[in-house]
Design a binder for this molecule. Structure first.
Ligand code: ARG
Length: 299
């Protein structure tokens, strides 16, 4: 497998000091159950630390957003922005509970810009909602963004992404409230496969995926893996980091040359998030396709 990975993968993360399930904006979140579980916060701290350690062990560099009291979901940095080619398009959130994160993520990106790690920081046009890489994921092999819309992001945001980054955007309507962010149900893998949960998409969305992903590049996961948020994986070279993975999916991925590293993140699943949600890749670059490759891609 040839991988066009950058020498150092750089991620944005946020320590879970103030993480909790204190409101409910998706079907995973049960604040009462969380409040009644004395060990919940400590478990989250341990799980997050293990993920952080794993990424560092694999050679990644980690940048941190300072945690803020009263913003429990700030840990889900995937939602901060869409980032590509040194440009960041800051998120705008659907729910008031998370809108309060916007200013903190903006400040974090300005700080990254001051350090030369990001070149440009932009806002979405007025009125448009897009929850960052939670709903807009770069596919390095196809040179396009997959964008989910419906529960958390507006279909109209596709145009803003296209204009800002000058890249194609394939907008997919989401169909299942449990998979309210596209990254909970779809992951483009570095070798060109796309791992996804078919039932998370509308018929039109599914058709759009299958139109662009050849049958031998489709990894359609079962609902059991969907519910473990296996599609919410971080890929680093040929390693896929996820909270959990059934034996069948693990074998299927191994056959394609991927090693699954399972690092339990069940505390974050209680909020509707997993490995990918807890990270945001800052160093992705698009590759200008040669004419030959462009022709091959449409052939
Ligand atoms: N509780 C958070 C929310 O509902 C979880 C966000 C998960 N992030 C993600 N990129 N899927 O907004």
């Amino acid at each position: 497998m040839t991988l066009l990975e950058n020498p150092t993968a750089r991620f944005l993360m946020c320590r879970p000091e103030h993480f909790a399930v204190s409101y409910s904006i998706n079907p995973w979140m049960k604040p009462k159950r969380w409040a009644g579980d004395a060990g919940a916060h400590a478990a989250a701290e341990r799980e997050w630390a293990a993920l952080h350690r794993q990424l560092i062990k694999l050679g990644a560099a980690i940048e941190l957003v300072p945690p803020v009291p009263g913003l429990p979901d700030l840990v889900f940095t995937a939602n901060a922005a869409v980032v590509l080619d040194g440009k960041a398009l800051l998120a705008r959130f659907r729910h008031p509970q998370r809108q309060r994160e916007e200013g903190h993520f903006a400040a974090a990106f300005r700080a990254l810009q001051a350090r030369g790690l990001i070149d440009a920081v932009r806002k979405l046009p007025k009125g448009l909602v897009l929850e960052g890489a939670g709903d807009c994921v770069w596919d390095a092999r196809r040179n396009l963004f997959w964008m989910g819309y419906g529960p958390r992001s507006d279909a109209g945001a596709a145009r803003a992404v296209k204009e800002m980054f000058g890249q194609d955007v394939v907008a997919l309507e989401l169909a299942d409230p449990r998979f309210y962010h596209m990254d909970t149900a779809l992951a483009p893998l570095p070798g060109g496969e796309v791992m996804y949960l078919p039932s998370a998409f509308t018929a039109a969305g599914l058709a759009a995926i299958r139109e662009r992903v050849a049958p031998d590049e489709r990894i359609e996961i079962a609902i059991e893996d969907g519910r473990r948020l296996a599609a919410n994986a971080v890929s680093l070279g040929s390693t896929l980091i996820m909270s959990g993975c059934g034996p069948r999916l693990r074998a299927q991925l191994a056959e394609r040359g991927y090693e699954v590293v399972a690092t339990p993140l069940s505390s974050f699943l209680r909020s509707g998030g997993s490995a990918f949600c807890l990270t945001l890749r800052l160093d992705r670059r698009s590759v200008a396709l040669t004419t030959f490759e462009r022709e091959a891609a449409v052939a």
